[in-house]
Design a protein around this ligand. Structure first.
Ligand code: ACO
Length: 421
C-alpha cells in the first residue's frame, strides 16, 4: 500500500492526500490546499530543499556515504582527487578517467601572479586567512569570465577542475602572506596532500612531510568532502540558483563555513581545550556547560543523533599522527571531556555526541597549522562537495531559491515627521 499523509484545512473542511515519496511529501500539494499559509520552519530543519544523489546521511544510525560508498571505505582506500571525481560525476573513475582528472587538476594549480600580488597583498598583514580565501575565491571569477556560461558541461568541468586545483594554492598563499613568507609554487610531481603541505611549510626546499602526516591530510580532506545540504552547501546553492558563476557561488560556501557554528567549530574546540587548560578542570567546565554558560564545542549536530562517523575515523587518525609527532597535550583533556559528556544525562538525553570538529583541530595543530587555518583546511576538503551540488543543481535546472517568511512587523502606519517623533 502506498504511504501517504492527509492534510485537512479545518477552516473549510477540505482535505488533500499527499503520497510519501522517498521520505518526503510534495510541498506543491500543501500549496494547493493552503495557498498563502507558509510552512514555518526556522533553520529549514524539516524542509528538503532539493532531491540530491551526492551524499546519504542517516543521522540516527551515524552513517555517511558518498554516492553510496561508505565513508569508512573511502577514507581507508581512496585518494582525494578520486573522491572528488566520485562526488562530481557519481561513479568511481576508471584508471584512464582518474589519470586524466588528476592530470588536469595538477596542471591548474597555479594562480595568476597579478592575483597574488595585487589582491592578496592588499590585505592587512594580520588578516584572517578565511577572509582572504572568501575574497580570493570570489576574485577568481574575474579571471575566468567564461565561467558565467554555466549551462555548457565542458565549461562547467573546466571551472570545477580549476577550483579543486587552486583551493590549496589560495589557502597556502593566504598562510604565507600572514607569515611574511615568500609564496611557494605548487609542484606537479607531488600528490594532492603532499603538494599542499609543501606549499604551506617548505622554506628552502628541504621540507618532506612524513608519510603518516600526508595520510592524515588525505583522510581529513576526504572526510570533509561532502555532507549533504549543510549550511555552506546551501549557501552555495542559494547563490548558484541565481545563475551566478561557480567562483561566486563557492565564495558564498566559504563565507558560510567561516562561522563558529559550522566550519569555525574546529578552531573553537582548540580555544575551548586551551581555556580548560588541564585534565582536572574538565568536570568544572562540564558543569558550566550544563548551566548554560558555554557550549561544548565539537559536540552536537543538527543531523547526527549518534556518534558522527567522521569523528570516529579522525580519532583513530589522531593517534597515528601523535605516534610520529608526539602527543598533543590537549588530547587528554579532549578524551576526558568526551568520556564525561558521554556518561552525563544532559548530553545523553539531548543526544549530543562528538562531531567531525572535535578531534580534527588536534590533528591540524599537530601538523603545524595555526588555528586560524583550520577552517581553510575544511574549505579545501569541502570544495568538491560544493561543486558536486552546484553541478547537480545546474543539471536539474532548479528554480531560484526564494523562501517565504511569517511577517511579524508593524502593521501599515503613516510616516511621522521628525518634529513629531
Ligand atoms: N553544548 C551544550 N549543549 C548543546 C550543544 C553543545 N555543543 N549543542 C546543543 N546543545 C543543547 C542546546 O542547548 C539545546 O538544549 P535545550 O533543548 O535544553 O535548549 C539542545 O542541545 C538542542 O540544541 P540546538 O541548538 O537546538 O541544536 P541545533 O541542531 O540547532 O544545533 C549545532 C546544532 C549548531 C551543531 C549545536 O549542537 C552546536 O552549537 N554545537 C557546537 C558547535 C559545533 O560543534 N559545531 C560544528 C557542527 S559540525 C559542522 O558544522 C561541520
Amino acid at each position: 500500500m502506498e504511504e501517504s499523509v492527509t492534510l485537512t484545512d479545518n477552516r473549510t473542511g477540505r482535505s488533500i492526500e499527499i503520497p510519501i515519496v522517498g521520505g518526503g511529501v510534495d510541498a506543491g500539494a500543501w500549496r494547493k490546499l493552503l495557498g498563502g499559509i507558509w510552512f514555518n520552519d526556522p533553520g529549514m530543519a524539516t524542509t528538503a530543499v532539493t532531491s540530491s544523489a551526492v551524499a546519504e546521511i542517516d543521522g540516527e544510525a551515524g552513517i555517511l556515504r558518498y554516492r553510496g560508498y561508505p565513508i569508512e571505505q573511502l577514507a581507508e582506500r581512496s585518494t582525494f582527487p578520486e573522491v572528488a571525481y566520485l562526488l562530481v560525476y557519481g561513479e568511481l573513475p576508471t584508471g584512464a578517467q582518474l589519470d586524466e582528472w588528476t592530470f588536469e587538476i595538477t596542471r591548474h594549480t597555479f594562480i595568476h601572479e597579478n592575483f597574488r600580488k595585487r589582491i592578496y597583498d592588499a590585505f592587512h598583514y594580520d588578516a584572517h586567512p578565511m577572509g582572504l580565501l572568501v575574497s580570493g575565491v570570489a576574485g577568481l571569477s574575474t579571471f575566468y569570465p567564461e565561467a558565467k556560461d554555466i549551462f555548457d558541461p565542458d565549461n562547467r568541468r573546466a571551472q570545477i577542475v580549476r577550483l579543486i586545483a587552486k583551493m590549496p594554492t589560495l589557502a597556502a598563499a593566504a598562510y604565507r602572506f600572514s607569515r611574511g613568507l615568500p609564496f611557494q609554487f605548487p609542484e606537479n610531481a607531488d600528490d594532492y596532500p603532499t603538494r599542499f603541505l609543501k606549499m604551506m611549510f617548505d622554506v628552502g626546499g628541504d621540507y618532506e612531510p612524513d608519510p603518516p602526516l600526508v595520510q592524515a591530510m588525505r583522510v581529513l580532506f576526504i572526510l570533509h568532502a561532502d555532507h549533504g545540504q549543510n549550511c555552506s552547501t546551501t549557501a552555495t546553492r542559494v547563490v548558484g540558483s541565481s545563475h551566478a558563476d561557480p567562483y561566486t557561488a563557492i565564495a558564498a560556501g566559504c563565507a558560510a563555513l567561516y562561522g563558529p557554528l559550522h566550519g569555525g567549530a574546529n578552531e573553537a574546540v582548540i580555544d575551548m581545550l586551551t581555556q580548560i587548560g588541564s585534565y582536572d578542570e574538565v568536570d568544572g567546565f562540564i558543569a558550566e556547560v550544563k548551566a548554560g554558560k558555554h557550549r561544548l564545542m565539537g559536540f552536537g549536530h543538527r543531523v547526527y543523533k549518534n556518534y558522527d562517523p567522521r569523528a570516529m575515523i579522525i580519532k583513530a587518525a589522531a593517534h597515528d599522527v601523535f605516534k610520529v609527532i608526539g602527543k598533543n597535550p590537549l588530547l587528554d583533556i579532549a578524551l576526558k571531556l568526551e568520556e564525561v559528556a558521554l556518561a552525563d544525562d544532559y548530553f545523553v538525553s539531548r543526544r549530543l555526541y562528538p562531531n567531525v570538529d572535535f578531534y580534527s583541530g588536534l590533528i591540524y595543530q599537530a601538523l603545524g597549522f595555526p588555528t586560524n587555518m583550520f577552517t581553510v583546511l575544511f574549505a579545501i576538503g569541502r570544495t568538491p562537495g560544493w561543486l558536486a551540488h552546484w553541478n547537480e543543481m545546474v543539471e536539474q535546472k532548479s528554480r531560484i531559491y526564494r523562501p517565504r517568511q511569517i511577517y511579524t512587523g508593524a502593521p501599515k502606519r503613516d510616516y511621522v515627521p521628525m518634529k513629531d517623533r
